[in-house]
Ligand binder design. Structure first.
Ligand code: NAP
Length: 311
């Protein structure tokens, strides 16, 4: 399958280009970006020019931030191309529903991708939780925005998601691995005076069996990051760590494997296209929308990328 990659920034270069190169079913046939280029392929300034200049592209992978993504996804679907959306799949829940209908009408595949679900320990975590009684869950998703999103001013703008940009990865794992559906019961969002999006979120959920789930998402933790989900269960304390790369039970390692999320995600995309299917799970995005909808907003000191996190 010939792919066109749109939005050549951090994730396109770090993960998508190597994952595509390593998959024998895929060829990177073109790239489109306003400023950046991918070596060794035809480059175009935007999607329209790419669809015209590299007309044999069968699928379009959108790695731009969520806010400009919707018109691009519509354009690609209407042009009869399969579409792979980076997470978060859109700026709003409703727009992704429109894309789902567009894909169905066009008879092409739409993938709303959730890379963290493909972290190596996530499936074992889900299996273990299904086999025991869950008592409580604590999620800590903390990193230094200055280290992981340097210069990405879009993240603080409306539709940039702020700390929910990484936090939605935790939601994608939780909605996949926790045994029951859960819903928000409290949301406190901490928004710097000079930003439109939160730098920290304190969230409480309850699952359908009454299990409490506490989440802290924090963009202001000095390196190293913490991407942990801790589940207290009848079998002991499970800790999914490093974003899903490691799993411990009562401190003893059960899984510790190298990160292979994007290669697995691309295999899933190829499989969907072969089967003529789509995968559009909006639950992680719905939890983000709920957290904004039910939020108590707290204004905090202005954010300055040049002032270190522990200052
Ligand atoms: P990024 O480094 O800012 O790259 C995105 C690129 O999209 C920009 O370099 C820009 O390239 C292009 N773009 C097009 N329209 C834009 C607009 N209106 N505003 C800003 N950029 C625009 O961001 P990223 O980290 O790659 O993240 C992109 C998406 O991937 C986000 O949805 C993010 O959540 C997701 N993601 C990121 C990571 C990560 O660790 N960084 C991990 C997984 C997923 P041109 O200026 O050349 O057009």
């Amino acid at each position: 399958m010939k792919l066109g990659l749109v939005g050549i920034g951090a994730i396109a270069l770090k993960q998508h280009v190597p994952a595509i190169a390593a998959n024998p079913d895929l060829t990177l046939a073109a790239a489109a970006s306003r400023h950046a280029k991918v070596d060794g392929v035809p480059n175009f300034p935007d999607l329209a020019a790419m669809l015209e200049g590299a007309a044999d592209i069968e699928a379009v992978v959108l790695c731009v931030p969520p806010s400009p993504r919707f018109p691009m996804a519509r354009e690609a679907l209407r042009a009869g191309r399969h579409v792979f959306l980076e997470k978060p799949p859109g700026l709003t829940v409703a727009e992704v529903e429109i894309l789902r209908a567009d894909a169905e009408r066009a008879g092409v595949t739409l993938l709303a991708s959730w890379h963290s679900r493909y972290a190596p320990a996530v499936e074992t975590f889900a299996e273990r939780l299904r086999a025991t009684r869950l008592d409580s869950v604590t999620v800590n998703w903390r990193e230094d925005v200055r280290v992981y999103h340097p210069g990405q001013t879009w993240i603080w703008e409306p539709g940039g998601f702020g700390v929910f940009d990484p936090g939605i990865n935790a939601f994608s794992v939780m909605t996949h691995a926790l045994p029951n559906p859960f819903h928000l019961t409290a949301s406190d969002l901490f928004v710097p005076q000079n930003c439109h999006q939160p730098i920290r979120a304190e969230l409480a959920f309850q699952d359908t069996a009454g299990v409490p789930i506490a989440c802290t998402f924090d963009f202001d933790q000095p390196d190293p990051p913490t991407w942990d989900i801790v589940a207290e269960t009848e079998a002991g304390t499970y800790r999914l760590a490093k974003g899903g790369a490691q799993l411990f039970l009562d401190g003893q390692p059960l899984v510790d494997a190298p990160e292979e999320e994007y290669p697995a995600l691309y295999r899933h995309f190829v499989d969907l296209v072969r089967r003529g299917a789509s995968d559009v799970d909006l639950l992680p995005l719905t939890h983000v929308a709920d957290a904004f909808m039910a939020a108590r907003i707290h204004q905090v000191k202005p954010f300055d990328e040049n002032v270190p996190a522990d200052a």
